[in-house]
Design a protein around this ligand. Structure first.
Ligand SMILES: Nc1ncnc2c1ncn2[C@@H]1O[C@H](COP(=O)(O)OP(=O)(O)OP(=O)(O)O)[C@@H](O)[C@H]1O
Ligand SMILES: [Mg+2]
Length: 242
């Protein structure tokens, strides 16, 4: 069954067009990796799905219901949760308090403090520490846990690996794979291709606000993805560079 569908969605910031006529369809249980360079429109796409931003054109459907004009907190109730770029924990609240805030708007479901601590044991030891005292990897785990506390059906993740050591990124993705195995649909935005492609069964590449490539990681070649990522003939950097 189709869980998420975007139909010809366009998003602007003032005169700047950040996404143009974007369409996508994501089935329940899938893991979609959205790839693209700085400014490609990845976070804008997540804002449209979480409801922080309304499109200037086009429609967003969740479980075939038109949610284009639905407020963000109502979308959380329906099962859409966002792990935002930059994590945005409450610095003065403890790990546990941050997680409980995430559970304040929730659907019925099995996520709990204990379940989050089981997923990421290294934050259980830190449960009385404040958000501002955590390492980047711990913050990211708490941010994911906070989103899970709402019992999402669709989990949106914006640049989980940003600025983190590879060994921590691996731990976080082990957790995300377990979340997906429980049946949660994932939409993972990344600039770093390695982990995202390891977990995804669908890939979508954005370039300057347009979809330039879609497919499965098994069938797309490395060079197709590199061209889609940078635009043909524009290989100034390698993925993962900042
Ligand atoms: N709040 C905003 N106001 C004005 N322009 C914005 C705003 N947010 C994003 N933009 C612009 O919209 C375009 C798409 O930005 P977006 O943040 O969606 O890209 P991104 O793919 O997430 O990039 P990054 O990898 O740097 O996070 C960029 O040109 C960006 O400068
Ligand atoms: Mg972004």
């Amino acid at each position: 069954m189709t869980m998420l569908r975007l139909e010809g969605v366009t998003a602007n910031y003032g005169h700047l067009r950040a996404l143009e006529e974007m369409s996508l369809s994501l089935d329940e249980g899938e893991i979609l990796a959205v790839l693209g360079a700085n400014g490609a429109g990845k976070s804008t796409l997540l804002s449209l799905i979480s409801g922080e931003l309304k499109p200037s054109n086009g429609k967003v459907f969740f479980n075939e219901v038109d949610i284009t004009h639905l407020d963000p907190y109502r979308r959380v109730r329906q099962g859409i949760a966002l792990v935002p770029e930059g994590r945005h924990l409450f610095a003065s609240l403890t790990v546990e308090e941050n997680l409980l805030v995430g559970g304040s708007t929730r659907r019925a479901g099995s996520w709990s403090l204990d379940a989050v601590y089981e997923l990421f044991p290294f934050i259980k030891e830190r449960r009385r520490s404040r958000g501002g005292q955590l390492s980047g990897g711990e913050q990211q785990a708490v941010a994911i846990g906070r989103a899970l506390m709402s019992n999402p059906a669709l989990l949106l993740l914006d640049e989980v690996s940003l600025g983190l050591a590879p060994v921590i990124v691996r731990d976080l993705y082990v957790g995300l794979r377990a979340v997906a195995n429980e049946g949660t649909t994932l939409l993972v935005v990344e600039q770093d291709l390695t982990e995202a492609l390891g977990v995804a069964n669908q890939v979508l590449c954005l370039l300057d606000g347009r979809v330039v490539l879609t497919g499965s990681p098994q069938t797309l070649s490395q060079s197709q993805m590199m061209n889609a990522y940078f635009g043909d003939g524009e290989r100034a950097r390698t993925p993962g560079d900042r």
